[in-house]
Design a protein around this ligand. Structure first.
Ligand SMILES: [Fe+2]
Length: 383
């Protein structure tokens, strides 16, 4: 169900409906009037017990060390933004939240009042600056900050496909491809994904506090939304297909974050470096469906996942929201099967959590059954 079948091989691709052509039972994800529009995902914040391990993992992953003290580690990308990840020393690993830049001419006092936020001290912000902290319905912090000063960094190399040979065009003549075996230099922070049992509340909160646009909404057979990919609203300026993803789950949690690299060869050579250094590979290389990225996922020592990606879709604000029936096969177009860990694992703990969510009326039993049925579908029935 929810697939277009190809010939008698039963190969299938998911169906995608532009908003105005969605089936009548599919609920529209209404957009609230935003308090402010975010212009850039600046950095992510984690609490981490072992900052040395983090520094090793993220260095091999292709990030650069910006600041390293016993209590705080800041890692940066190559796009000139001053910082992409901030890890502070903590007893347990946990995701703390994200920082987004907003336009400098925003009325900060008014925004502080309307968001019921807290003014950030300049010592809290890596590199200084100003901003406010808001807390989302699950307790994750979202920092709205003034644009940060750019820094000079080593550029990312040109992509191999820029002069690649294809069936139709021989662009590279008397020249070879010799990409270096080196960490996949991370150009920039792209997106992050949160799970939540309160999808509707979280989706509304993130749209209203960041001005996000839903790019794709995936729904259950009853037409209710299960997860949504959100992009920034920068009018006619193209932006990533998704910067924030909100996904229904049994607990509030960080799912993964993603970092753009030069090209497919950077994914592959970066994978060799990560494997050689003994890091835990999670999933890839493959191509996503919604967002279209070529991807490769890694787990750090705290089981936090980090994705290298390249060749993602970019949309302007006028591209309509699409609605897509949820199925595991709609997550990726090709590549190895996704590890089962990307979906909730059946266990006594999961059952207990599910019972609590039904008791607290966060989920109905029917909704939980529909979610379980959707994630239990085989992703690639033809394999
Ligand atoms: Fe991703």
């Amino acid at each position: 169900m929810g697939y277009t079948m190809h010939s008698d091989l039963k190969l299938a691709v998911p169906i995608e409906y532009p908003e105005e052509q969605r089936p009548s039972h599919v609920q529209k994800l209404e957009r609230p009037q935003p308090l402010v529009k975010a212009s850039r995902l600046a950095f992510l914040r984690f609490g981490k017990p072992d900052l040395d391990q983090c520094r090793n993992f993220w260095s091999d992953f292709g990030l650069r060390v910006v600041e390293s003290t016993p209590m705080r580690l800041c890692m940066g990308t190559a796009d000139g933004s001053p910082v992409a990840i901030v890890a502070t020393k903590s007893a347990k690993p946990r995701f703390l939240g994200a920082a987004f830049e907003v336009d400098a001419d925003v009325d900060w006092q008014d925004l502080l009042r309307r968001t019921a936020g807290r003014a950030l001290g300049s010592d809290e912000l890596p590199g200084g600056g100003s901003g406010i902290e808001c807390i989302d319905p699950e307790g994750f912090a979202v920092w709205l900050i003034a644009p940060q000063a750019r820094v000079d960094v080593k550029p990312v190399r040109e992509a191999v496909p820029a002069n690649g040979n294809t069936f139709h065009h021989a662009n590279r003549i008397n020249a070879t491809v010799r990409t270096p075996i080196e960490p996949a230099t991370v150009g920039r922070l792209g997106h992050y994904v949160l799970q939540t049992p309160r999808f509707a509340e979280m989706a509304q909160w993130y749209m209203s506090h960041l001005g996000l646009i839903p790019s794709d909404v995936q729904y259950l057979p009853d037409g209710s939304p299960l997860l949504a990919f959100f992009r920034l609203d920068k009018g006619g300026t193209p932006v990533d297909h998704h910067t924030v993803v909100i996904a229904s789950g049994l607990k509030a949690d960080y799912e993964h974050s993603a970092y753009e690299v030069a090209d497919l060869d950077a994914l592959g050579q970066g994978q060799q470096v990560m494997r050689a250094a003994g890091h835990e590979h999670f999933w890839g290389i493959g191509r996503h469906v919604l967002g279209s990225q070529l991807f490769d996922y890694w787990s750090d020592h705290d089981k936090h996942q980090f994705e290298h990606y390249t060749d993602g879709d970019v949309f302007t604000a006028d591209r309509p929201t699409h609605y897509v029936p949820f199925a595991p096969g709609s997550i990726w177009a090709w590549g190895d099967d996704a590890p089962r860990e990307i979906f909730p694992q059946k266990s006594l703990g999961m059952l207990w959590r599910a019972i609590q969510l039904v008791r607290r009326r966060v989920y109905s039993l029917d909704k939980l059954k529909a979610m379980a049925a959707a994630t239990d579908q085989p992703a690639r029935p033809w394999l």
